[in-house]
Design a protein. Structure first.
Lengths: 341, 341
C-alpha cells in the first residue's frame, strides 16, 4: 500500500521540485547548477545524471495527510516539494557547518565550489522552498489556507535553526542532559516531519484543530524515528545498516543512549573515561556496550521510542477519529517502527 | 519632511523588529543573542547596548509607499521590519562569504562565534524575515494581500542570491562587462529596494499594476543609488565620505566606472596593467584617474545614474499620477540624487 502510494506520487513530487528549482537564465546557470548537483540531478560539470532517489519520507507524509483528510494530493504537491527542498537546503548548510566532505558518495557542494558559493546556493534553496509553498495558490488553494501553510512552514524553519544551534553547541560541551538532547531533536528532526504532515492536512481541508493534531503526530513519530536511528547506530545489524557495529560509539556521537548512560550515576563516569581515550577502537566496544547495559540505556531508549510512537498514534486518532487505523499515515508509522535500517 | 517621517516611524520599525527577533527560550538564548548582537542591540556578552541606528532607508521607503497610495503605514510595519531583517541576514552571510572581520567597528558574528554558528544565525534571521511579513495578517491585512507581499518578498530573496552569486563569481574572473555588472547589482542591491516599495504599496491597497510600477521605481533608484555609491568610492570627497581618496581604485573594486574604463578600447589595457601592479598605491592614483577620464567613465556613470533616476521618477508617475511630485517617495529620490556620502 505504501509502495503503491510512493510509486504513484514520487514522479510528481520530483517534477514539482524541478519546476521550482529551474532557473533558466544563462548568467546564473552555475548558481542553479550547484543546487541541481546537490539534488542529484547533474554531475559536477552540470551534465545530467541521476542518483538513486532518496526515500522522500517527508513529502510523502505531506501528500498522505492531504489525502487522509479528504483532499486531493495533487493540490498539496507544492507543499510536498517545499519540505523536501527545505530538507535539502539544511543539508547543504549542515555539510559546511560540520565540515563533511562527502554526501551520497560524492563531494559536497562546499567541497567543490567553496564555502562562500555553497552558503549562497543554500540560501537560494531556502528562498525557493518558500516559493514552492506559495505555488499552492496556483493550484486553487485559498489564500488563507496558503498563508496558514506558510506560517506553519516558517515556524518550522525557525525551530530547525534552533535545533541546529543546540546540536552544534553540544559539541563544545562536556555534559549534555537527555532533556537537552530531546529539545535539540525536537527542532532538528521532528519539527520538519510535523510541519510536513500539518501542511498536507491544511491543504486537504483539515478541520480547525485537526491540522494541529496532525502536526503532533508528525512531531512524535519524528522524535521516535530519531531515537530509533540512535539505537540502530549502536545496536543495528551491520549486515542490514551497512555501518560498522557500534559505529556511533566509536565516533563518540552524543546520541540518546550514550547521553543516558553518561548521565547515569553508576556507569557514567567509567563510560566517560572510556570514550575519552584517544585510541578508542573496536576492542573497547564490549566494555562500552556492557556499561550501556549496566545503565539500562537500551531499555530506556526503547521505552521512550515506543512512548513517542504511541503519542503519535494517539494524535492521529485525535485528527482522523475512527479512520486513523486504516490510514496510510498509521501504516507508515507502523512500518517506521519496524525498520532495521 | 523626510526627517519628520523618519522620526515618527523609526521607533515603531525598531519595536516591530525586536518583537520578531525576540526568542525568549533560555535554552537557545545564545542563538538569538548572536542575532541581537548583529542588530546592534547587545554586546558580545549579550548585555544591552545600542549602536547608533542605521538610516533604515528600505523600511522607510516601504512605509512611505503605503502612505502614498492611501494606506496606514502602521499596517505596513511588519513588511518594513521584514525588509530590514532580510537586509541584515544578507550582511551576516556576506561577512562570512567575504571574510570581513569587522562591521560597524565591531567584530562580525562569524569572527566572534565561528562560521558554523554564524551561518545558522543568518538562516534564522532569514526565516524570521518571512515570519515578519506573515505578521501583516495580524494587523488586518487580507490574506490575499499578505500572500502577494510574500511572493514579492520571496522573488526578491531569490534575486538577491543571484546577485550575490554573480558578485562572488566576478572576483575570480579577469574580464567583466558593464552589462554583467548591471545584472549583478540588479539582484544584489536594486531588488530589495524594489520589493520594499512594492510591498508597502500592496499593503496600502495600490491598484493592480501600481504595485508593479512602485517596484520599478524602487529598482531604478536602487540601481542609481549603487552607481552613485560606486562614483563616491572613486571621486567622493574624503572629508565627506570618511574614506581615502580613490579608495575603491586602490582596493581594485570592480565597480561600474572601473569596469567601464577596463572595457574601453583605448584606456582599458593600460589601466588593467596599472591595477595589476602588486605595489599599487596612492602615488598611482593620478595616472588611474587620468585613464578613467580618457575613457569617459565618469561621464558615462553620471549619465547612467541620471537615466536610472529619471526611469524611477517616471515609474513613480505611472504609479501615483499627478500626486507623484508631491510624494515623500519623490522627495526621497531627489534627496538620494544629491547625496555626497
Amino acid at each position: 500500500m505504501l509502495n503503491t502510494f510512493a510509486a504513484e506520487w514520487l514522479p510528481s513530487i520530483e517534477a514539482e521540485m524541478r519546476a521550482v528549482l529551474a532557473g533558466e537564465e544563462a548568467a546564473v546557470a552555475a548558481h542553479y547548477g550547484m543546487m541541481h548537483y546537490h539534488m542529484g540531478w547533474v554531475n559536477a560539470r552540470f551534465e545530467p545524471e541521476s542518483l538513486p532517489a532518496g526515500k522522500h519520507l517527508r513529502p510523502l507524509l505531506c501528500l498522505m495527510a492531504c489525502a487522509e483528510v479528504g483532499g486531493d494530493p495533487a493540490q498539496a504537491l507544492p507543499a510536498a516539494a517545499a519540505v523536501e527542498i527545505l530538507h535539502n537546503f539544511s543539508l547543504v548548510h549542515d555539510d559546511i557547518e560540520d565540515g563533511d566532505e562527502t554526501r551520497r558518495h560524492r563531494p559536497t557542494v562546499w567541497k567543490l565550489w567553496g564555502v562562500p558559493q555553497a552558503i549562497n546556493a543554500g540560501d537560494a534553496m531556502f528562498a525557493l522552498a518558500f516559493a514552492a509553498v506559495e505555488r499552492l495558490a496556483d493550484r486553487g488553494v485559498p489564500a488563507a489556507t496558503t498563508l496558514a501553510a506558510l506560517r506553519t512552514f516558517t515556524e518550522m524553519c525557525v525551530a530547525l535553526t534552533e535545533g541546529q544551534h543546540l546540536d552544534m553547541s553540544f559539541e563544545t560541551r562536556s555534559a549534555v542532559t537527555v532533556d537537552e538532547y530531546l529539545r535539540m531533536i525536537q527542532g532538528k528532526t521532528a519539527a520538519l516531519i510535523g510541519a510536513s504532515v500539518a501542511m498536507g492536512g491544511l491543504v486537504g481541508g483539515a478541520e480547525p484543530g485537526s491540522d494541529e493534531a496532525l502536526r503532533r503526530f508528525g512531531q512524535a513519530i519524528g522524535l521516535a524515528f530519531q531515537i530509533q536511528d540512535d539505537m540502530l547506530g549502536i545496536w543495528g545489524d551491520p549486515a542490514v545498516t551497512g555501518k560498522a557495529a557500534g559505529n556511533d560509539i566509536l565516533r563518540r556521537k552524543k546520541s540518546l543512549p550514550l547521553l543516558h548512560a553518561l548521565n547515569d550515576a553508576g556507569a557514567g563516569a567509567e563510560l566517560g573515561m572510556l570514550l575519552a581515550r584517544p585510541d578508542l577502537g573496536a576492542a573497547d566496544l564490549p566494555a562500552a556496550l556492557a556499561l550501556l547495559d549496566a545503565a539500562g540505556s537500551r531499555a530506556y531508549a526503547t521505552d521512550l521510542m515506543e512512548r513517542y510512537y504511541a503519542t503519535g498514534l494517539a494524535a492521529l486518532e485525535a485528527a482522523l477519529g475512527d479512520r486513523a487505523e486504516q490510514s496510510l499515515l498509521w501504516t507508515t508509522a507502523q512500518w517506521l517502527m519496524r525498520r532495521e535500517t
